[in-house]
Design a protein around this ligand. Structure first.
Ligand code: FAD
Length: 297
């Protein structure tokens, strides 16, 4: 890769050969060849334009809370929008940068007496990643509250997309089907609510998560989507995988739809474990498990 040329572009801070341990919630030690933090839309455009011209693969990295880097190195360019973390709240309209933490946003809006993002207070990662995945919980998701988004198109135009155009469905969106679009900012319309009540809802759900999920070990949340008529954790449990390990990747004893990194798990081990479970579910139970996490080769 033309690292020196990329540095000369002056497109923000650049980290070379960086361990992704601090950039993935699985805490994978995959080495990212280049991790770039553009600070402005102009820098982002300049970087993407260069990478496209040189046909260098790239991937936007949010909080890395839904990602499995399969190999020991990721050879493309990782682009973090961490610096796109501006926040403006006027009345009930919230404009927030794609790199802003979703949990912090949910806590901030609730503490201002704005209701709608309570469901998001336990979902790690960024606003951009949540829009991409249509992250959700408790019968709500981003599609319910996101009004519009500012987006960088593959031809490097900045457009505003409406909720309808973003085509939100269960854990999917327009962006998942069109990964060359980059979300820059989300615009939410929230409702007025009672601050104390909203914070109490968040606290109650947080306690429930702590009780039912293995939050003290690194993971990327639910591994599989819930199939029809049965919960994914029940499928995994029925197959006898609770506590089963491949290397340091283990099916959680606490919640069978979580894989946890017990020490130094690699992406390859996690993927091997997922593949085994999927194969068994198909062969023994005739259930097609669909992965909720994303594998990056
Ligand atoms: C403990 C735990 C609990 C979880 N609970 C839930 C839950 O209740 N509900 C739920 O839905 N998920 C849950 N998750 C999964 C995960 O947190 C969500 O999917 C989250 O929204 C991913 O956001 P991220 O910023 O980490 O995205 P990443 O994992 O970094 O990226 C996900 C995808 O989004 C793309 N992307 C990121 N930012 C942008 C952008 N600005 N523009 C375009 N594409 C972008 C990436 O390229 C990638 O393809 C949980 C995870 C953990 C670890």
């Amino acid at each position: 890769m033309q690292v020196e040329e990329i540095k000369k572009l002056k497109v923000g801070e650049i980290l070379e050969n960086v361990s992704l341990r601090n950039y993935t919630t699985y805490r994978l030690n995959t080495i990212g060849r280049l991790l770039v933090f553009p600070q402005t839309i102009e820098e982002l455009k300049k970087l993407i334009s260069y990478l496209k011209t040189k046909e260098i693969p790239y991937k936007v990295l949010g909080g890395g809370s839904n990602l499995i880097f399969k190999n020991s190195t990721y050879e493309g360019v990782l682009i973090s929008l961490k610096k796109f973390n501006q926040l403006s709240i006027i009345d009930n309209q919230v404009n927030v940068g794609a790199g802003h933490s979703l949990i912090k946003l949910a806590l901030k809006t609730a503490s201002l007496g704005l209701s709608g993002l309570e469901f998001a207070a336990g979902i790690p990662g960024t606003v951009g990643g949540a829009i991409f995945n249509n992250a959700g919980a408790y019968q709500s998701d981003m599609g319910y509250v996101l009004w519009k988004a500012t987006v960088l198109t593959p031809s490097l135009e900045i457009i505003t997309m409406t909720n309808r155009q973003m085509d939100f469905h269960y854990r999917t969106s327009f962006f998942k089907k069109n990964p060359n679009y980059i979300i820059l900012e989300g615009k939410f319309l929230l409702k007025r609510g009672k601050k104390d009540l909203l914070l109490a809802i968040i606290q109650d759900r947080r306690e429930r998560r702590m009780e039912s999920q293995p939050l003290t070990l690194p993971s990327a949340g639910s591994v599989f989507r819930n199939p029809k008529d049965i919960a994914a954790w029940q499928v995994v449990e029925k197959l006898g995988y609770k506590g089963f390990s491949v290397g340091d990747a283990m099916v959680s004893e606490k919640h069978a739809n979580f894989i946890v990194n017990t020490k130094e798990a690699t992406g390859e081990e996690i993927v091997e474990l997922i593949t085994k479970i999927k194969k068994d579910a198909a062969e023994k139970l005739k259930i097609e498990l669909v992965l909720e996490q994303e594998i990056i080769e």
